[in-house]
Design a protein around this ligand. Sequence first.
Ligand SMILES: Nc1ncnc2c1ncn2[C@@H]1O[C@H](COP(=O)(O)OP(=O)(O)O)[C@@H](O)[C@H]1O
Ligand SMILES: [Mg+2]
Length: 598
Amino acid sequence: MTGSETTEGHPRKGGLATLRGLVPFLAPYKRQFALAGVALLVAAGATLAIPYAFRQMIDLGFGAAGSRSVEHVDRYFLALFGVAVVLAVATAARHYLVSWLGERVTADIRNAVYRHVVTQSPQFFEITRSGEVLSRLTTDTTLIQAVVGTSISMAIRNVLLFAGGLALMFVTSVKLTSIIVVLLVVVILPIVAFGRRVRKLSRDSQDRIADASAMAGEILNAMPTVQAYTHEAIEADRFGTSVERAFATAVKRVRARSLLTVVAIVLVFGSIVFVLWMGAHAVIAGTMTGGELGQFILYAVLVAGAVGALAETMGEAQRAAGATERLLELMAVRSPIQSPENPLPLPPRASGGAALVLEDVSFHYPSRPQAPSLVHLSLVVQPGETVAVVGPSGAGKTTLFQLLLRFYDPQEGRISLDGVEIRSLALHGLRGAIGVVPQDTVIFAADAMENIRYGRVDATDDEVIAAARMAAAHEFIEKLPQGYRSFLGERGVRLSGGQRQRIAIARALLKNPPLLLLDEATSSLDAESERLVQGALEAAMAGRTTLVIAHRLATVKKADRILVLDEGRLVETGTHASLVAMGGIYANLAALQFHGAG
Ligand SMILES: Nc1ncnc2c1ncn2[C@@H]1O[C@H](COP(=O)(O)OP(=O)(O)O)[C@@H](O)[C@H]1O
Ligand SMILES: [Mg+2]
């Protein structure tokens, strides 16, 4: 689900220094950076040479006509064209190299962040909305791409143009340059300040649009609920309000930008005309040649352009610094669940001893320190044993499974698998030894074959089909339009609840784990699929250690042992008959919940 408030307004807390965090991502590409630097220097040099060549062309090409030959004219024009060609090639090379770097570095960052995020424990996803991670992967990385891909080279280029242009202006005319510098400050600063406001407005309007689409995303995922409560019009209005807000912000931005255009053009052209006018007088007075004036004006335009571009670049760099900070924060999060440095191997199966031991385990979820979900739980499960876990909703049954999978570590006590404490096992070793059929089955947007193969990626088609047969899924899959190649829809929307569950069971069976955890759900099953799932579960449990959270009498009765959990405590254990005879919680549960069930 995408959160609706995921698009925080890009706080610009980190200064530009934060961008240093990008260095590890840039470091592998030193060669490309060096080449881009060379291209950049050449292009800046060629740009600065153009006004000079221009002046030569005017003064020597046109100015002193008669005294010069056609040859000279040709040479100057040719030189000008030559400079232009060098500029073109160097600019294209810089653009290519720098854009390549931007794309490459962004791709690396995306991969690194995603690779990091998928190793986080569930605790991380309790706090962080998936929508937020997505927005960091897309929006934040795009900002960084802009900086690496253009802003850095723009900045260097414009610093070079600014410094070089200004120096050459002074060489050309000290008096006019002094005037220009004053004008630059007077004209450019207000434009820059105004430009900043426009940028802020455009960021606002982007955020408004993101708000609207985040909201729409969430609602589209919940369409059946929306329609069942006949909230279509309400949701449409909510979206409409959001869109109108985005529109209003956009109009503000457009208005500001129009105003900026008027002011900028008038001021810039006014200054150019003013300096030209001063220059024209200087030319008439004979203190300056026409070519010098032309050269001077071109330098002035370059310098002014560089200042404007630098201001623009600064804004982008600042946004990228904010984005970098958020990405680095994300990368710095360490999952509290880590594989040990030197993991112990799982002993070979059937090496004797208990399959699973819990010793005095107490656990509360990190977000609920006051409410323990498991209290002093001790438990020994023998290899091949089937243990049913029953108890009222919220008793801690699913929590027990979460601890076995080491999604969380208990605050007290220890859990051992085949005699080895699970914290000493490699995380993948532990989870590889456990098959889970969760309460909420997850179906991926792929076909049936691939969905089952998720249990073991190197399984052959025949192995997948064998697992499906065992899970009583083969028959209905065959009847799908394209059999095993049928696309199951996003989140498996094209299947019934019972069918989804049988796919999940087939997936767990394909993994063929020594320890099977079944969080059995009955809510979505009709009598027929219940019978089929029951058969599938029995096939799944045969010959392996199984913990099954049971809601069905049939499952409970077949278990070797029944554990009754209540408020995180193990309150009763025994067989169906002995527990009913005890007349405790189980007897109550059995009378209510299992009434009439087979
Ligand atoms: N991620 C979580 N964060 C905080 N509390 C949780 C979380 N998951 C479950 N709980 C709480 O832990 C207790 C046990 O939940 P659970 O193990 O899911 O019960 P059930 O026996 O129905 O499977 C409940 O009080 C529940 O509210
Ligand atoms: Mg549960």
